[in-house]
Each structure stands twice: as C-alpha cells, then as structure tokens.
Design a protein around this ligand. Sequence first.
Ligand code: COA
Length: 273
Amino acid sequence: MNHDIQLLESSDIPGALKLCRASGWNQLATDWHRLIEHEPDGCFALKVNQEIIATATTTCYGSDLAWIGMMLVHEQHRRQGIAKALITTCLEYLHSRNIRCIKLDATPAGKLVYSQLGFRDEWSFHRWHRESDGTHQQGNLSAHDTLDRWNPNLDKAAFGVPRTGWLNRLAAHSHVIRYREGCGMIREGYLASYLGPIIASTPSSAGRIVTDLLACSKRTTFWDIPHPNHNAVMLAQARGFQAVRNLTRMWTGSELIPCDLSLQYAISDPGTG
Ligand SMILES: CC(C)(COP(=O)(O)OP(=O)(O)OC[C@H]1O[C@@H](n2cnc3c(N)ncnc32)[C@H](O)[C@@H]1OP(=O)(O)O)[C@@H](O)C(=O)NCCC(=O)NCCS
C-alpha cells in the first residue's frame, strides 16, 4: 500500500484528538499544538478521504537527542504497515537533522512495531493512577507558569541533554513548583491531571514537590515512574497510587544518550520523554 504521509498541521488537531479519544489517551488540543509549534516540520499524519487515520510526532532536544511520539493508527486501518511507514518518515526526518539518539516510549502494541525497526529496550516504567474522590471530574488547574521556577542543571543531569525550550512550552500549560533540590510540574489532561516531569536530588525533596503538586488538583491523576527509581515508586504507593500500565523506553541511533533515573521521579509524557 502506498501511504501518502503529510505534515500534521494545527487544522488537523480535531482529527488527531479523535484518535486520542478512541485509544483512551489523555492528551488535549494544547498538547498537540505544543508538539506542532516545537517541531513544525517533524509532525506527520496520514489521511484517507480528508480524515486523519494516523499520526506520529517528533520532538528534538538539540542535535543529540529526539523523541518520537503520538503514534496512533485508527483501529480499522491497523496491520497495513501504516505505523511502520510513519515511523520510517519520522526516522528520515530525524536523520536529516543528524540526531545522534532517538528514543520513544512504547506501549506493548507499539513495541512489536519498533523492535522490527531497530529500536532496543532501555528501561521500563509504569503508569501510576490515583482516582479522584468522584466530586472533581473537570480540570481546575490554572496553568500558565514559566521556567523561572525550574532547575536547568539538575534537569540536564536527569534527562541527559538540555531541554529548556521544550520545558518552557510545557510550563505555559502547567503548574510549576521549584525548591532548591528539585522541581516539578502538573497539568491538565482529558481523563486525568498529569503529574510530571519531576526532577529531584533527594527523596525528601521529591516527596515535598509531589505533595505540593497533588494539592493543586482534586481530579484523578496519572504519574509515569521509571521502574528503577524505587524511591519514586514508594512515594506513589504511600500516596495511594496504583500501577496500571507497563511501557518500555526504547532507543535507536549511533549512541545511547544516558539519563540519571535516580533524579527522575516522573517523566514529562510518554510522547516526549
Ligand atoms: C501500535 C499501532 C500504532 C500499530 O499500528 P499498525 O499500523 O497496525 O502497525 P503496522 O501495520 O505498521 O505493523 C507493523 C508490524 O508490527 C507488528 N504488529 C503491529 N501491531 C501488532 C499487533 N497488534 N499484534 C501483533 N503484531 C503487531 C506486526 O509484525 C506488523 O506486521 P504484520 O502486520 O505484517 O504482521 C496501533 O495498533 C495503534 O494505534 N495502537 C493503539 C495506540 C498505541 O498503542 N500506539 C503505540 C504507542 S507507542
């Protein structure tokens, strides 16, 4: 099948959101806008009869590291090689930018596609989930913070490369908390508030950040925690979160850019790391 892949544009976001809702994903229109604004030449879509039936996005963090995310294919069009074609387009775009390391966060279904395209496992993480008390279903976070309240050096040590430009965009839709030994964000999603990223140099400062961020939202909350960070897992368990989904961080490229998981208490999103 010949796949006519096009650039994803702002006018396509309602169609992309339909794919999110059908797959039970948490992203909002603001999340799609942020991805397109950050990487206008690196977000892709496939349309059939003017309708979006598949998407994939890239997010570059300088020239060392980039992410592929938002890989969604309409249920009726699966197993026709569409995901493979979109990932190949993303890889071509990232190779044209000379990116050394390309990562993504794979669902079990996605992993079956990516492992055939040369992606290798790095580590895994769980989505942790805490139900609201039932009285707060709507998003209530006032979210338009800035990165004055972030710690760029600690973030680079945790993530592997600087990502200030991206975090600035994220902060604009998040509530941000910063202490001397760490920082964190929480933002709204469709199904739940989303806790992350959280970077901290000690478990006690991470605990303080988590407590303060959770106090900002009474909704159901999602929190994606790297398995190897046992301190983060203990914080989630102590606050009544339960592990609900398993995902795998995978990578390809000329060199693995390492991260420091002892500092990462929450990733920023499976679509962007
Ligand atoms: C995962 C997903 C993107 C795959 O899209 P797709 O277009 O069906 O994938 P492809 O047709 O390109 O699959 C390529 C190969 O991967 C493997 N594969 C893909 N989906 C599979 C599945 N559900 N079960 C077993 N193997 C699968 C197969 O080997 C397939 O080749 P084949 O059909 O010739 O056997 C799609 O199922 C989807 O949107 N799922 C919901 C959202 C999601 O999990 N996204 C991934 C985020 S990381």
